[in-house]
Design a protein around this ligand. Structure first.
Ligand code: KG4
Ligand code: ZN
Length: 332
């Protein structure tokens, strides 16, 4: 079964065709990074307009490579509402015109499904950690369309913290890759930033404390007229965040006992996080499934991949499908 996937939840417009949830036949992405860089972050209204400008051409390019498909999967939630509406509206129009079935896909389920495109033999059950710009959560995934949340962030998402720290130390947007680059030449032990644990739920995260600690550190240095050691701040912050992510993911994977840990989302591209998880999983004999760098960020192939499994489960939508800015992954 060939699924045409459409993604427009944030700052990438993307269209792809994937066969049987595993083989990418065509994939196109148009990034809005150059547009939003001007403003230091994603401007929702501008994002919506840019999606609208890009979506038809991207679809034409994908259909030129792969004209035949059986159903249309679209990211319907969660995300920037105006941005989501562009993809959902376009997908509904296409479904109506072609009389093909429409499959709504939860964006974070899509991120998890990126693992199926990178690891041919991977199948649920597994433990997954999704670390993106808007979400940080640890999940039990017993089958392709069941997601139970073991824990999540109580305030900022990990990617959001990377983006804010990048802004505070003057690295700009997009923050994650810039903090990683700066961290390469810094000392991760230079500044002891705090790590938060919750007694009631060992799988919950909080990143606002470490973010505030970075802000205070930078303000202090500025008040004293000292230069900010950007590389050391970036490396120490990255270490604090990645250590806590690694610790909790390992704790969950060990407790769940599936022996498999899937990492997903934009922050999965982070080199420090990948290295720490590889090391920890090796030690605990857990198989780690990392997405390729291209599959970490938003793309439509992952939406088409999850769309395939949603279709197998009969999760189709009618043409009154609406986008939703917020929706739990467990609801789907
Ligand atoms: O999954 P994604 O592409 O979009 C959302 O669904 O949110 O994630 C984007 C997030 C941004 O916060 C970005 O700064 C972060 O992923 N990110 C990284 C890296 N590359 C992207 N964070 C840390 N290190 C990276 N190398
Ligand atoms: Zn995403």
């Amino acid at each position: 079964m060939k699924i045409l996937g459409i993604e427009s939840s944030c700052d990438e417009t993307a269209v792809a065709v994937v066969e049987d949830g595993r083989r990418v036949l065509a994939s196109e992405i148009s990034s809005q990074i150059p547009i939003h860089t001007l403003y230091g972050g994603v401007v929702p209204e501008i994002a919506s307009r840019a999606h609208l400008e890009a979506i038809s051409n991207l679809t034409d390019r994908v259909l030129a490579v792969c004209p035949d498909y059986d159903a249309i999967a679209v990211t319907a939630y969660p995300g920037l509402i105006g941005a989501l509406l562009v993809g959902v509206g376009f997908a509904k129009g296409l479904a109506y015109a072609t009389q093909k079935p429409l499959i709504p896909v939860h964006h974070l389920r899509g991120h998890v499904a990126a693992a199926y495109l990178c690891h041919e033999t991977l199948e649920p059950p597994f433990t997954a950690m999704v670390v993106s710009g808007g979400h940080t959560m640890i999940l039990d995934v017993p089958d392709y369309t069941t997601f139970s949340i073991l824990g999540g962030t109580r305030d900022d998402a990990a990617g959001e913290a990377f983006d804010k720290v990048a802004r505070v130390i003057g690295l700009g947007y997009p923050g994650g890759p810039k903090v990683q680059k700066a961290a390469e030449t810094g000392n991760p032990d230079a500044i002891p930033f705090p790590k938060v644990h919750f007694k009631e739920n060992p799988y919950d995260f909080s990143f606002s404390g470490v973010k505030t600690a970075v802000i205070n550190y930078v303000h202090n240095a500025e008040q004293k007229g000292e230069a900010i050691p950007k590389a050391d701040v970036a490396a120490s912050f990255s270490k604090a965040v990645c250590e806590i992510l690694t610790e909790k993911a390992l704790l969950a994977a060990t407790a769940q006992g599936h022996g498999k840990l899937v990492l997903a989302g934009g922050v999965a591209a982070n080199a420090t996080l990948r290295a720490m998880l590889e090391n920890a999983c090796n030690q605990h004999k857990i198989s780690l499934y990392l997405p390729t760098l291209a599959m970490c960020g938003d793309n439509a192939a992952m939406i088409a991949a999850q769309g395939y499994y949603e279709a197998l489960a009969g999760h189709y939508a009618t043409l009154d499908l609406n986008a939703e800015a917020v929706r739990p992954i467990s609801v789907g």
